[in-house]
Design a protein around this ligand. Sequence first.
Ligand SMILES: C[S@@+](CC[C@H](N)C(=O)[O-])C[C@H]1O[C@@H](n2cnc3c(N)ncnc32)[C@H](O)[C@@H]1O
Length: 208
Amino acid sequence: MSTHGKPYASSCDENREPILAVIRPLFASARHLLEIGSGTGQHAVFFAAAMPHLTWQTSDVAEHLPGIRAWLEEAALPNLPLPLTLDVNDDWPVGPFDAVFSANTAHIMSAADVAVLFRGVGEVLAPGGHFAQYGPFNEGGRYTSDSNRRFDAALKSRDPRMGLRDLDDLRTLAARHNLTLTDNHAMPVNNRTLVWQRGGAGASLAGG
Ligand SMILES: C[S@@+](CC[C@H](N)C(=O)[O-])C[C@H]1O[C@@H](n2cnc3c(N)ncnc32)[C@H](O)[C@@H]1O
């Protein structure tokens, strides 16, 4: 969907306040955040306006960049630099970032891409930094709702590589890259916000 020439996702308007309630305290002392799979750019504009202490670096695969740029140009916020082209399989920006955010990407990416996502986050995230990951997830090998089961079937009929990821598999992937699940927030419409923290030197100082 598009509004005034800009791409538009109604879901962003619906989930942005509940997500902000989770990430505002989480990122209270963060300064440089990398967003992966920014999509339309709507989340970036809303979150950057609400957290002016944070430089919110958007990114996505090349085809999404013009739309993100349109939202950023209209917002004209000093903490929204131009978007980066980032396919998780290609070169990542040079870190460290002290926070990472990604919404609704793990079920769109293939399982292999999700593994690469965690490897990349483990590399660019500063020790003690948090990675907030929003979306629908399975838990203990099970769907958490009928709507998520239907959503998964719809995704797989669109592309068999897509699909909801299981929290246990994500934990295993994350552990390989020194990332630990520190929170798992229930969100509206059977979504979650997973909070991963990078271990290592300084983790206990920057954590919390
Ligand atoms: C459903 S959209 C979510 C967009 C936005 N974050 C939101 O919540 O509205 C999934 C996003 O993941 C991005 N994506 C898919 N595969 C990717 C990859 N390999 N590397 C980086 N981003 C990817 C897509 O380009 C798209 O912007």
